[in-house]
Design a protein around this ligand. Structure first.
Ligand code: SF4
Length: 229
């Protein structure tokens, strides 16, 4: 490249930077790449039958939200409503989570990223997927089989903070046998997949619906999370 051309290019990029366009251009390119990778991964999940849940569920629930969010929420697995609609956190617990995200962070649900440890609905009795109250937490084996998808999501999205919702998700990601009551209220640093993240465990919104007295502790956890962003 001639010196004259190099100078012209430098001048062009200096001009873009002065207009504040450099970051915008770069972020757009990065976000298109993230979208492509996540779409590919979602197709894999839709066709996945690696564990028995794949043949029992109605719809796989991959996850949804902003691909570039610093904040990711992770629950244990889809429930009845999620299984029927193919979307994460759409039932009563999802509505409460949406309210917390808006109330504390001033964000809409689609401005953070939300997913689960397992992508298919774990049921107590898989022969009756139409039955309500048939949800159960995923087994260790189911979680271990599915966790690679979550790690890939984390490697693509690169959140700074991962909020684990409830005991099963918190124990799985922190590799702990301790329950949520003891795990919550603290910040942990861990490598998930190939990404170093901060993990903050808190109560699952479904538990908060059953135990509203725990909302105060959850509020403290959300303040902790807010301080990390
Ligand atoms: S739960 Fe995960 S590993 Fe099991 S079939 Fe669904 S996507 Fe595959």
């Amino acid at each position: 490249m001639s010196e004259n051309r190099k100078e012209l290019l430098k001048k062009y990029f200096r001009g873009r930077k002065a207009l504040g366009e450099e970051g915008l251009w770069y972020d757009k390119k990065k976000s298109t790449m993230k979208e492509k990778l996540l779409n590919k991964l979602e197709k894999e999940v839709i066709n996945c039958r690696r564990c028995p849940l794949g043949n029992q569920r109605i719809n796989a629930c991959f996850g949804s939200g902003d691909y570039s969010s610093k904040l990711m929420f992770v629950g244990e697995g889809p429930g009845y409503n999620e299984d029927h609609q193919g979307e994460v956190f759409v039932g009563r617990a999802g509505k409460l989570l949406k309210k917390i995200i808006k109330g504390v962070f001033g964000l809409d649900k689609n401005q953070v990223y939300i997913t689960n440890i397992v992508k298919c609905h774990p049921m107590k009795d898989p022969s009756v997927p139409e039955k309500r109250g048939n949800d159960r937490p995923p087994t260790t084996q189911e979680s271990e089989t599915c966790i690679g998808y979550l790690y890939s999501q984390i490697d693509i999205i690169k959140p700074e903070v991962v909020v684990t919702l409830g005991s099963p998700a918190s124990k799985t990601l922190l590799d702990s046998t301790v329950g949520i009551t003891k795990l919550r209220g603290k910040v942990y640093e861990k490598t998930l997949g190939n990404s170093r993240v901060k993990i903050v465990p808190t109560y699952h919104p479904a538990y908060l619906l059953r135990s509203p007295s725990k909302k105060e502790e959850t509020f403290k956890d959300t303040k902790l999370i807010k301080g990390l962003l």
